[in-house]
Design a protein around this ligand. Structure first.
Ligand SMILES: *Cc1c(COP(=O)(O)O)cnc(C)c1O
Length: 291
């Protein structure tokens, strides 16, 4: 995919610094305004595979504000493939900006009830030239793509930290780190008990050090609280790094908190993955965020 990967930078942020733990942020949010962050990495091998199999259309699943839906629409169109999104819930009278953007990239939208969505029902007859990608890009090829993220980062960090949704990116990072390094995933969902197993299923070797932390979901997926929003604003004021309230805001908040309770040993060098997702902030009331 022709994207300007040269824009990825690693920014040192002193806001989170405490004692001799240092923190850097890998700015995947700068890759592309729409296919931001980890979605670009997670989609790349699926799209390659679809083309190799001479498929014509990518079909995937997501909600009205899904970064994955809009990223898939954009990536498919860049690859000359058509796309369809199966969207959770009845069709609203006004489409979200996320879905508007997906349509601009040529994605066909199919709305299905939450119940049908839960069963991942496909509301049309399947065709041979369609290539299906699971919700959030979860799967082997997604993890393979996500492990490429660390090709853009220094190898000398002690901890690689990310927000965890489906666990695909977390698994990709675990696959890419060395034995003495650790991956810390911050779950953005409440009580997602399957997560541990979902990550493990995407690993080839089991003897890597990784941990998912479940204490920073702020009420659940895409839920937020004033403390999170004010943290995101403070973080931006002091570092000029914008974050999104669904994923990276929770990551930065969690790491700040974990540093303050000495979760990380002295001398740790942390790399936080800024996995993008900024487009989702449009769903917040205007003026909520200062960026
Ligand atoms: C999708 C997404 C994640 C979660 O990635 P998973 O591989 O599903 O765990 C994290 N951050 C952002 C910004 C995302 O859009």
């Amino acid at each position: 995919m022709q994207l300007a990967l040269g824009h990825i930078s690693t920014d040192r942020v002193d806001f989170l610094k405490q004692g001799d733990v240092s923190v850097h942020v890998l700015r995947l949010d700068k890759i592309h305004p729409v296919i931001s962050g980890n979605k670009w990495f997670k989609l790349q091998y699926y799209l390659e595979d679809a083309k190799k199999q001479q498929k014509k259309k990518i079909v995937t699943f997501g909600g009205a504000w899904s970064n994955h839906i809009v990223a898939t629409a954009a990536a498919a169109s860049m690859h000359g493939l058509s796309s369809a999104g199966i969207i959770r819930g009845e069709k609203p009278s006004h489409l979200s900006p996320t879905l508007e953007k997906a349509m601009q990239y040529g994605m066909e939208l199919h709305f299905i009830s939450r119940e049908a969505y839960g069963k991942k029902e496909i509301p049309f007859a399947k065709k041979d030239d369609e290539y299906y990608i699971s919700e959030g890009g979860y799967g082997e090829k997604g993890a393979e793509g996500a492990s490429d993220i660390l090709n853009y980062a220094d190898k000398n960090f002690t901890h690689y930290c990310c927000a965890t949704g489906t666990g695909t990116m977390t698994a990709g990072l675990v696959r890419a780190v060395a034995k003495e390094q650790k991956v810390v995933g911050i779950s953005v969902m409440k009580n997602n008990e399957d997560l541990q197993e979902n990550v493990r299923a995407l690993l080839h070797e089991t003897h890597r050090d990784w941990e998912i932390i479940h204490d920073y979901h702020f009420g659940g997926y895409a839920k937020q609280k004033p403390a999170l929003i004010s943290f995101m604003n403070d973080f931006y004021r002091q570092t000029s790094v914008p974050s999104d309230f669904v994923y990276t805001g929770k990551l930065f908040y969690a790491i700040n908190d974990l540093i303050s309770i000495n979760f990380f040993p002295g001398g740790s060098r942390l790399l936080l993955i800024h996995s993008g997702g900024l487009q989702g902030n449009v769903s917040l009331e205007k003026g909520t965020l200062i960026f």
